[in-house]
Write a protein that binds this ligand. Structure first.
Ligand code: HEC
Length: 125
């Protein structure tokens, strides 16, 4: 007979295994669609929304999307900066620490979620 504690252990193991098998990029895509797509587009050549198109954002100079009207704060912070994973992580944690006075009113306080969002953004090339 299976004791209840064993059963709980088995269920816990099954759920962590299931979770580990989920692709972080796929989770990141979902998080990005749910949390960023209201303001951003992600496909090549797609129009800007309230925020700029983010195709190829990793490796791209800050505030360089043609046709997007960046805030003065964003333009002032941009000089010579290129988006890499570290800068994106800082940006999503607290945009104001990266570009004071910028106009993006969103942050993601959960590190694991940020990492998955960034893993997805990395695939957009
Ligand atoms: C409420 C709208 C909104 C949401 C939600 C939002 N953003 Fe933004 N984002 C903006 C705006 C507006 C800007 C431009 C800011 C400026 O010019 O000051 C921006 C700028 C950016 C930039 C800089 C782009 C460049 O060309 O330098 C990145 C990177 C970015 N957002 C990523 C994200 C990610 C990833 C998410 C989701 C986790 C997200 N944003 C959610 C509105 C939003």
């Amino acid at each position: 007979m299976i004791r209840i504690t064993n059963l709980i252990a088995i269920l816990a193991l099954a759920s962590t295994t299931g979770h580990a098998q989920q692709d972080p990029v796929a989770i990141g895509k979902k998080l990005t669609t749910n949390n960023c797509a209201v303001c951003h587009t992600f496909g090549k050549g797609e129009p800007n929304g309230q925020g700029p198109n983010l195709f190829g954002i990793i490796g791209k100079p800050m505030a360089s999307e043609p046709g997007f009207k960046y805030s003065a704060g964003m333009k002032a912070a941009a000089s010579g900066k290129v988006w890499d994973e570290k800068l994106l992580d800082a940006w999503l944690t607290d945009t104001q620490s990266v570009a004071p006075g910028n106009a993006m009113t969103y942050f993601e306080g959960d590190e694991a979620r940020r990492q998955k969002i960034i893993a997805y953004l990395r695939t957009l090339h």
